[in-house]
Design a protein around this ligand. Structure first.
Ligand SMILES: C[S@@+](CC[C@H](N)C(=O)[O-])C[C@H]1O[C@@H](n2cnc3c(N)ncnc32)[C@H](O)[C@@H]1O
Length: 298
């Protein structure tokens, strides 16, 4: 029976309004709210935050109050006036001075990812990314579209680094890599340039950008350059074998649809790609975090 108390209706309302929550985080980050509060000697009143970031006081009050409900800020009342400060979450992840800040990733999501997601239905219809329609940039050369200006390129690079400040240790300690003295992080054009000989090649969030054919092309090139007994470490977010989860990886796979030529894959899909390039002796490690690790040997 339909009613406002119906849990299905409440869930649907949460889903429908989810984008507003993302936008509150993005806007507070873009405005520098968490930075002004991190620099202040103590909690600040609305007017001080608004003046600090150059924004309207009455609008800022609504943004700050929504941040409090989302646990991004804390508030204390003094003499009937509200004073706002960062919470542990915003101190660690949203203030730019923090070594584990995720601000560049959030700004990249706000300025690029979010706009491509606005065309998700069309991406599903066409089965391809939406760079041309969203930004007017042809996506034939995928990364020229992602790096469509120097500012975008720098933002994306900084954003990529931020994740590893939190998740890096878990993937790099998933296996004993001491067997591999010479490690290669591929630069140049890995589809065209000669790849250097190495004991271990690390491909983190590379294969998910590309369709199977391009992945095979790259993996064959890596196999050819890899020293005998060497290996390849693939770091990706793994789908469950039955593809029923995790939800975040399913969403990331849709993100690959709207933004790239690739997809997120199951362990057996990666095994098939790697073994047809010649790799063997597979080890899979689910980290319990966003990114997982696969080690295979030549
Ligand atoms: C999703 S990012 C992952 C970057 C990094 N490995 C990480 O996990 O943070 C994909 C990277 O592939 C790089 N890339 C795309 N095409 C390339 C090519 N043909 N040759 C070399 N690198 C390329 C992009 O510049 C980008 O840095």
């Amino acid at each position: 029976m339909s009613s406002p108390e119906d849990p299905c209706y409440r869930l649907l309302t949460d889903y429908a309004n989810g984008f507003m929550v993302s936008q509150v985080v993005f806007a507070a980050c873009e405005l520098g709210v968490f930075d002004v509060l991190a620099e202040a000697p103590g909690p600040l009143a609305v007017a001080a935050v608004a003046a600090g970031v150059g924004a309207s006081s009455h609008a800022m009050e609504r943004l700050l109050d929504a941040c409090v409900s989302l646990k991004l800020l804390q508030v204390e009342m003094r003499g009937g006036e509200a004073f706002y400060g960062n919470t542990e979450m915003s101190r660690i992840y949203l203030s730019r001075v923090s070594p584990t800040s995720q601000c560049n990733m959030l700004l990249y999501m706000a300025k690029t990812t979010y706009h491509c997601w606005g065309r998700l239905a069309q991406a599903v219809r066409e089965g391809k990314n939406q760079y041309l329609q969203t930004f007017g940039v042809p996506a034939d050369e995928l990364f020229s579209a992602i790096y469509r200006s120097e500012g975008e390129r720098v933002q994306f690079m900084q954003a990529l680094r931020e994740l590893w400040s939190v998740d890096g240790r878990s993937v790099l300690t998933a296996f004993d890599l001491s067997l591999f003295p010479l490690v290669c992080d591929l630069g140049g054009d890995f589809f065209k340039d000669r790849l250097p000989e190495a004991d271990l090649y690390i491909l983190a969030r590379i294969l998910h950008d590309w369709a199977d054919g391009r992945c095979s092309q790259l993996l064959e090139r890596v196999y050819h350059s890899c020293k005998p007994g060497g290996g390849i470490l693939v770091i990706e977010s793994l789908l469950d074998e039955d593809r029923r989860g995790p939800l975040l990886t399913q969403l990331y796979s849709l993100n690959m649809l709207v933004q790239t030529e690739g997809q997120e894959r199951t362990p057996s899909h990666y095994r098939a790609l790697l073994s047809s390039a010649g790799f063997r002796d597979f080890q899979f490690k689910k980290t319990g975090l966003i990114y997982d690790a696969i080690l295979a040997r030549k």
